[in-house]
Write a protein that binds this ligand. Sequence first.
Ligand SMILES: *Cc1c(COP(=O)(O)O)cnc(C)c1O
Length: 505
Amino acid sequence: MIEKYEHTVQGGQSLENLIRNAALSRQKSGVLPNEHDLEHARSSLPRTLSSDGVGYDKTIEHIIEDLVPAFNNSSLSSNYYGFVTGGVTPAALFADNVVSMFDQNVQVHLKEHSIATDIEYYALGLLVDLLRLDRQSWHNGTFTTGATASNILGLGCGREFALRTAAERKGVSVTSIGEYGLFEVMQAAGLSGVQVLSTLPHSSLAKAAAVLGIGRVNVKNVPREDDPLRFDTRQLETELARPGKASIVSVSCGEVNTGRFATNGIEDMQQLRRLCDMYGAWLHVDGAFGIQCRILDDSAEFASLKAGCEGIELADSIAGDGHKMLNVPYDCGFFLCRHGKEAANVFQNANAAYLAFGATQDIQSPLNIGIENSRRFRALPVYASLLSLGRTGYQDMLQRQIRLARRIAGWLFDHAEYTAFPETSSKDELLKHTYMVVLFCAKRNHLNRELSAKINATLRFFVSGTAWQGKPACRIAIATCMVDEERDFGLVTNVLDKISAETKT
Ligand SMILES: *Cc1c(COP(=O)(O)O)cnc(C)c1O
């Protein structure tokens, strides 16, 4: 196998050089592949499986020459601002290659077998430190494929807890929903359903609700009239008090369109905690990319962002992403839970004696905490990156991302042709609440309809097209470690100025 890797020399290149050179050459062209390269790559895809195979060298050649030119530069470019797509730190990239080479299966903690489960556990501890959470309560959880999977874990634990509590409050004692299933427990306790109460939840929450038998329609918005992202706590209490329902409250700690927060300071979280305790509800935080604000310094510059994730230690579970702000490669998310037992109630890999973890084990086997049994060693890039950058390395990266976003937002606010969202009459107000997301539109409708397409066609930077208050809008999400405030501000404003000037009649 290792000899095979050495074989992969094309014109005397090592495998590493071959990939590196392909990336360097790809990096020189635009953020998206061009039409020709896409077309060529599509036409090169085999229509059927060949019985003998084309062999190793031909396969490599095909990948490097036909396919790679049709990849986008989402991680290789500093100006890919679509979705929330982090870059990859050098240490994480190195570690990810080690993961592929050694191919450890991180599912059962066996002390004599490999150090991999220990490293995963330690990586989780470092992450808990980074996020300024208390290890005593929060050094519990697992690495997942992303925040979607983490939300499934959170709602799974929430469903377990909230249904059991609702049943108990009706005098029916239940050991575990994972054991008996939703239907039997709900019938025995006379309950009619589970609901997830949130404000502008990410779409993956509805997916989680569907997977878990809660149902997408039971993910409900309970917004304040003047701000769709803040909870209307009176309406929330009415929902929580609904007879026959078990409830999970989910906090959007970073709303994906605007990058703003559902709560503002410890009092908001304390109030949610009180309501959840009163009604036996589970409190979940979807902090996919917003939770990173926990690492900011205490300066006034970032105060309103820090307030957005203050008090999340009062939650029962937290979902986060690794492949966004942590800048580790796809796929990586994390799930933290204050109640280790709940995850085991749902996700235990029961009745597999050979996989059982003994009473003497100090580290819980990952297969009893999450969805998968066999798992990639995705904790190693997180471990490597945290080790390499430390707290201040990550802090510095995030602050550069925020400063660039604020500079662009301020420029758009002042511009005659563009509007920055959410609309406000005060530039200070806009900037103070700007995280690493900038949402905007063109003032002229006919330009606005094609704005995201026009920007992306320049191949100089990439934005996500979205909608805001019923109109098309563009979204810039700055999440890469390669961010450079001066250079990137110049590039973005230059492109936007050109587009607005060209379309003027
Ligand atoms: C991105 C995102 C998710 C989903 O994360 P994946 O990594 O794509 O699974 C969930 N919630 C929020 C707030 C997000 O931004």
